[in-house]
Design a protein around this ligand. Structure first.
Ligand SMILES: Nc1ncnc2c1ncn2[C@@H]1O[C@H](COP(=O)(O)OP(=O)(O)O)[C@@H](O)[C@H]1O
Ligand SMILES: [Mg+2]
Length: 249
């Protein structure tokens, strides 16, 4: 898992260094091709050996644990495929029309393994997904996925005791002009003075943080004609509210 997190951090660093430089995306794609190929081979080996051991296992308990390992490897492979599609998609600099809730869902699929209904880890992190809009937006799908991914990752990081609730809501405003994406966590929260610093400087409280995730998300949303705002209360949690203009065909 650490290897994968390091790779994702590397990819994120490369993307964040110059968000508009499409040569960088080519580099990322090339890197991804090689890294993901290696990861998938390792997972296939684990999965295959687990299957073999399952055939020889005597006790029901051992069989149960082995089947969990097998499920976890297939969940992990799926997460890896989603990351792969995402990094490849970032290479695509064409604008398009897409259903925003599906874009949100794709970002969620990349962090789903961190929640308690996944077989990969055992914690009490709960995902509460509430999608009430199927509205379309016009824009760069994979940059929007990156934006949601940055916000989701921050929310998950903030609940570092691996306990809490992440709520994601997608709905239209009453006049059907904007689609709202609201991401709420019950994590550490952000102090008033840190909230003011968030967008002014390269601000991070993490030892391996870049301090760029939120800025990229805000720039991306604003570049699509929308807005991003944050409210937070220390020790209670944080709410990120995104508005994007609905595309009417
Ligand atoms: N949901 C959140 N809960 C608590 N703190 C947050 C949250 N989102 C962002 N932050 C704070 O804002 C800082 C900047 O976030 P970001 O720009 O994504 O950079 P990074 O995650 O690399 O630190 C984080 O280090 C953290 O202190
Ligand atoms: Mg971040």
């Amino acid at each position: 898992m650490n290897i994968m997190n390091d790779s994702i951090n590397n990819i994120n660093n490369m993307v964040t260094n110059d968000i508009t430089n499409f040569d960088n995306y080519e580099m990322i794609t090339q890197f991804s091709e090689e890294a993901f190929h290696d990861f998938k081979n390792i997972l296939a080996t684990i999965s295959g050996l687990t299957q073999l051991t399952m055939l020889k296992a005597q006790s029901e308990e051992t069989k149960l644990y082995l089947s969990r390992i097998k499920r976890a490897t297939s969940d992990f492979t799926e997460a890896l495929n989603n990351y792969y599609d995402f990094t490849t998609g970032l290479n695509n600099n064409k604008k398009g029309i897409h259903v925003l809730s599906e874009t949100v869902d794709e970002a969620i699929s990349m962090v789903k393994h961190k929640f308690s209904d996944s077989d990969i880890i055992n914690n009490r992190l709960v995902l509460n997904l509430n999608i009430q809009s199927k509205s379309k937006v016009y824009g760069y799908k994979y940059k929007l996925i990156q934006c949601f991914l940055n916000i989701l990752t921050n929310a998950i990081d903030s609940m570092d005791k691996a306990e809490g609730i992440l709520t994601v809501k997608v709905f239209n405003d009453s006049s059907n002009v904007f689609v709202n994406v609201v991401i709420i966590d019950t994590g550490s929260g952000i102090s008033v003075e840190n909230l003011e610093r968030l967008f002014k400087e390269r601000f991070t409280t993490k030892s391996n943080g870049t301090g760029l995730g939120l800025k990229i998300a805000k720039n991306c949303v604003e570049g699509h004609g929308g807005s991003l705002s944050i409210t937070s209360k220390i020790n209670e949690g944080t709410k990120v509210h995104i508005l994007l203009p609905i595309y009417n065909d």
